[in-house]
Ligand binder design. Structure first.
Ligand code: NAP
Ligand code: G4F
Length: 338
């Protein structure tokens, strides 16, 4: 039985990856943050909470990481833990650097010292492309991060490559474009929209306040993306891969797809900060722009090219954005969890 360790096990990807690995017969260890209330809601939602073995750790403490890696010989280590909110990273830039950047080298160094044969996955991100240099973005596109989150992730990405090249670790980095699901955190824009519209559809007519509606993202389904993570670690040679759908969609369009799934029709009126959407049946404002959600620096548009993952891993995104919007909207409408 293979043994896998997942940091960030309580998050969206941690839950889907746990489900995938347990289905493949792995023994899954989930690393939980010490001194924080562990939220196992997503793991319960996927029916895996009681099948995982839990260990407590602190990604900020080298001794805690050393202890974790020494405790068991893991075949595979997936580093998903992060301060994952780009918006919040301006409020806590040093924390973002420590967890998302230095935290990665704490893990890699512990692996080099105590478990050099473990395979390692680093959760890199399309946010590293930031002010994009080429369209679409692939593994050779230069990075230009636009947030403290993105800057810290660039460090995590390159230290992963550096430990692979310096010490021969089997360390791979997945440059994943945005991926969503009904388990997405409620502060990310897709889930904020599907939660808000579901409440509206149920008669709670409070407008959703959003930032810049013109932003475009290459949105895929989280279930597909964790399969890609696993495939990276099954390769004989470690490498870096982009996972993306190859389709980019403006936020406004995502809102329309989610509304359509809930049998609502929106009419968009006005422009810039005066833009808003009226829901036709009720005549009430369902969405409006609130400049408080604008970011100090933006990533205007992302579009990924996953042809390397397709050629080498046989990986492909299988769920389109319209379907994802409907899946999330229906889940939120049926089931009031957040
Ligand atoms: P998520 O749902 O926000 O989960 C983040 C996980 O990190 C949670 O388990 C959280 O644990 C943990 N965490 C937060 N701060 C921590 C700390 N100081 N120490 C240890 N753990 C901490 O994120 P996700 O969407 O699953 O993303 C997983 C990873 O992929 C992240 O590294 C993210 O940056 C990266 N990524 C995500 C996407 C995407 O679109 N989803 C795209 C590219 C890359 P608690 O429950 O204790 O808070
Ligand atoms: O949903 P978001 O917060 O995701 P963002 O910033 O793209 O980051 C996510 O994807 C990254 C991969 O590229 C991950 F690395 C990261 O961990 C995270 O999972 O925002 C998407 C876009 C942004 O441009 C933001 O400015 O939506 C825009 N937006 C507009 N109104 C909003 C809102 N974002 C949020 N969170 N809330 C709004 O009201």
């Amino acid at each position: 039985m293979k043994k896998a360790l997942i940091t960030g096990v309580s998050g969206q990807d941690g839950a889907y990856l746990s489900r995938l690995l347990l289905d493949k017969g792995y023994e899954v260890t989930g690393a939980r943050r010490q001194n924080s209330q562990f939220d196992s809601a997503r793991l319960h939602k996927l029916g895996v909470a009681s099948d995982i073995r839990y260990v407590d750790y602190d990604i900020g403490e080298l001794e805690s990481i050393n202890h974790l890696i020494r405790s068991t010989e893991f075949d595979e280590v997936y580093n998903l833990a992060a301060q994952s909110s780009v918006g919040s990273s301006w409020e806590q830039p040093i924390y973002a650097a420590d967890v998302n950047g230095v935290g990665v080298v704490r893990l890699l160094d512990a692996l080099r010292t105590y478990s050099p044969h473990s395979r390692f996955y680093q959760a890199s991100t399309s946010e590293m492309f930031g002010l994009v240099r080429t369209v679409p973005q692939n593994e050779n596109t230069a990075f230009y991060p636009r947030s403290p989150y993105g800057v810290a992730k660039v460090y995590g990405h390159f230290i992963t490559i550096n430990y692979r090249e310096s010490f021969g670790l089997h360390a791979s980095s997945g440059i994943l474009f945005n991926h969503e699901s009904p388990l997405r955190g409620s502060a990310f824009v897709t889930r904020k929209v599907t939660l808000g519209l579901s409440r509206f559809a149920r008669g709670e007519h409070i407008p959703i306040k959003l930032g810049n509606l013109n932003i475009c993202r290459d949105w895929g389904f989280a279930g597909d993306y964790v399969e890609g993570m696993w495939r990276m670690l099954q390769e004989d040679v470690a490498d870096d891969y982009v996972l993306a759908t190859g389709v980019t969609t403006p936020i406004r369009e995502f809102v329309n797809y989610a509304a359509e799934a809930l049998d609502m029709r929106l009419e968009w009126i006005g422009s810039d900060i005066a833009e808003h959407a009226i829901e036709r049946k009720t005549g009430k404002v369902a969405v409006k722009v609130d400049p408080n959600f604008f970011r100090p620096a933006e990533v205007d548009s992302l579009l990924g090219d996953a042809s390397k993952a397709s050629a080498k891993l046989g990986w492909k995104a299988t769920v389109g954005i319209r379907e994802i919007a409907a899946m999330m909207a229906h889940s939120d409408y049926d089931d009031w969890w957040s």
